[in-house]
Design a binder for this molecule. Structure first.
Ligand code: ATP
Ligand code: MG
Length: 617
């Protein structure tokens, strides 16, 4: 059993009889159901919704699982809600299994705790802020570190109470800049968030590892294909952090892996391997050159190779020999803006996401024409480190710009560049910044091989937060030696509603949705494809018998044509479809596996055994 203590056993699903779900927090369970399609609150759509781009969004809307209310705000209809509850249930079981305890905090929260940690401001535009009738400020919780820290402080005061992990499964609110892909990126969405409180760093590490393993079990049970990557900690604060990314070409996160060493990281978290510094002695003087019409890196490289600069290098000049200076405007949480210069080797672009992660909580804005007009030393296309630093602009460079490296860069005057500007001799940057793009083939930070990139959807995130929140609220308990001990905190999130979309995204085929057993709204979809009274009556008996064995059955008892029913069964995506059709008269039914597409003739008199064996496989 986990060291987190407070053993909670996962309720085993009985092999037969009253298998029931979902359990709610109190462990109450609802009975298994037979749902008749003739009565189900469901309308499937023939056409894709106009605003949908990714398959999961199209299919979840077409199959009547969710409906849009506003950008990033969705309703869950019966089938969708059953999937959501099943996903929740898997998450709940695995959280309970590591000794975490479920509570539920409000989503409507007062401003004060978030003011204490500065997140009222730092969270920026993504925070939904509102006022009550008396003018008091409130917010809709985007994540609840503050409230959990305060909750533990309110209840506990002795080391004997620790460690403790609390969690909730609840709606979160974030005014996302680009709500996207239906429930994949919502502005209201369901998250499981848990928070661990420990007496020391070793305890925190153990709580973190318990979560890491619980998350692996959750995603494995749900059949999600994923990778675990190193992450940045973003607006949460804190240090060690990893993300679980589901493989998907429509993912918004890019991660890299090194096949040789197993290193894997979100591109935002990739630490550039800096080369060794080079000696300054013996390097030729920097020289300013007239370089008319060379406002781009490509034109500059052409000029250098045509103007005999290549001789200085003993090889052709490439874009990597140039230093590109990109100007960005930072908006700090206090509202102040600052223009900074970023120097990157000219063969690389600045990656907006890496830049954004590096400057957080500040936000990045583009410079306006007015900014350029107000700072005449910023000569577009010819900006150099010297001009920036002479004018008090912070100048941060890519970690590859180490002391002794020599660059071709802007000379701060129209049509002029400087060749042989040496870092550490001719200019000293104000620091480094991880902002340059990471490319396939770049060497892994551990130096053991090249990086390859792929895309994923973030489904979970685990953080060793440290003391940020417990310091803010002075969350102390009395230690064994009578002295106060400040608690150390971790926070851990799973995108529960997002997971529904992720499963749909990874498992669908051209005919529709396909739910793995642990997420399926029903275990089995039974289709009557026969008008014959005996077959209909037989189908009723089969459905009752299967339900009595603990299966949830979606029963297509409608009078529609078999073709329409089969299409709907494929679209809705239960893992197995049992067809009671023409074969009934000869004592045969057909079982279809929605995943493999295989069909199997089953003798009517052994249908219950066979179906149970397949479904429980
Ligand atoms: P993202 O980078 O995708 O915006 P995040 O890093 O802001 O996510 P966390 O604060 O780590 O997200 O939240 C924990 C989990 O909640 C994420 O791993 C993700 O699965 C889920 N999640 C976050 N934002 C959303 C959203 N807008 N819609 C649905 N799920 C979300
Ligand atoms: Mg995250």
């Amino acid at each position: 059993m986990s060291r987190l203590g407070r053993t909670v056993t996962v309720t085993a699903v009985p092999a037969t009889g009253n298998r029931v779900w979902p359990a709610n927090a109190q462990g109450l369970r609802w009975a298994t159901v037979i749902t008749r399609l003739s009565r189900l609150f469901l309308r499937t759509l023939r056409d894709d919704p106009a605003d949908a781009e990714v398959p999961s969004h199209k299919l979840l809307v077409r199959a009547g699982y969710v409906r849009r209310i506003a950008p990033g705000v969705y309703s869950w209809l019966p089938l969708g809600l059953r999937v959501l509850h099943k996903v929740e249930e898997v998450v709940r079981e695995e959280m309970n299994a590591i000794g975490a305890q479920e509570i539920s905090l409000p989503a409507l929260l007062p401003r004060d705790p978030y003011e204490a940690t500065n997140r009222w401001t730092e969270y920026g535009d993504a925070l939904f802020r509102l006022q009550d009738r008396k003018g008091a400020d409130y917010l809709l919780g985007p994540t609840h570190e503050e409230l959990f820290a305060l909750t533990v402080k309110g209840e506990y005061n002795s080391y004997k109470d620790l460690p403790v992990t609390l969690y909730q499964i609840q709606a979160k609110y974030r005014d996302e800049e680009r709500p996207r892909a239906g429930i994949l990126r919502g502005r209201e969405f369901i998250m499981k968030d848990s928070y661990s409180f420990d007496l020391d760093e070793d305890g925190l590490k153990a709580s973190y590892n318990a979560h890491r393993e619980a998350y692996q079990r959750i995603f494995d049970r749900l059949g999600v294909k994923y990778v675990i990557v190193a992450a940045t900690s973003g607006a949460m604060g804190g240090s060690a952090s990893e993300e679980f990314l589901a493989d998907s070409p429509v993912g918004e996160d890019t991660y890299v892996v090194c096949r040789e060493s197993g290193y894997a990281a979100n591109v935002e978290a990739v630490v550039t391997a800096a080369p060794e510094p080079l000696p300054l002695e013996g390097q030729p003087e920097a020289q300013v050159h007239d370089t008319p019409d060379t406002p781009t890196i490509a034109t500059l490289v052409d000029w250098a190779n045509g103007a005999g600069i290549a001789e200085r290098y003993g090889r052709p000049v490439t874009a990597a020999d140039t230093l590109k200076n990109v100007m960005v405007k930072l908006r700090h949480p206090d509202g102040k803006t600052e223009i900074i210069g970023i120097g990157v080797p000219g063969d690389r672009e600045v990656d907006d996401k890496r830049l954004g992660a590096s400057v957080e909580p500040a936000e990045v804005e583009l410079l306006t024409d007015a900014d350029f007009a107000a700072n005449p030393f910023l000569v577009k296309g010819y900006i150099g480190p010297k001009g920036l630093q002479a004018n008090g602009i912070r100048y941060l460079v890519d970690p590859r710009v180490v002391s002794g490296t020599s660059w071709i860069t802007g000379a701060d005057a129209p049509g002029e560049h400087i060749v042989g500007l040496v870092a550490g001799r001719d200019f000293t940057p104000d620091g480094t910044i991880e902002a340059a793009q990471v490319r396939d083939g770049d060497i892994s930070p551990d130096g053991r091989g090249p990086l390859v990139s792929a895309r994923g959807i973030e489904i979970g995130h685990i953080f060793q937060l440290g003391y940020k929140y417990t310091d803010a609220f002075e969350v102390d308990v009395l230690g064994e030696n009578g002295k106060p001990v400040r608690l150390v905190m971790g926070s851990y999130g799973v995108g529960v509603s997002r997971m529904v979309a992720v499963i749909a995204e990874q498992q669908h085929d051209d005919k529709g949705l396909r739910w793995p057993a642990e997420a399926a709204p029903y275990d089995l979809h039974v289709v009557i494809a026969n008008k014959d009274e005996a077959a209909r009556a037989g189908a009723e008996d089969v459905v009752s018998a299967l339900n009595a064995q603990g299966l949830d059955v979606l029963f297509d008892d409608r009078t529609a044509s078999p073709g329409v029913k089969f299409k709907d069964a494929e679209l809705l995506g239960m893992p197995y479809v049992l067809v009671i059709g023409r074969g009934w008269a000869e004592g045969k039914v057909e079982l279809r596996d929605r995943f493999t597409g295989e069909t199997e003739d089953v003798p009517a008199d052994s249908v219950v055994e066979v179906v149970l064996a397949r479904v429980r496989g």
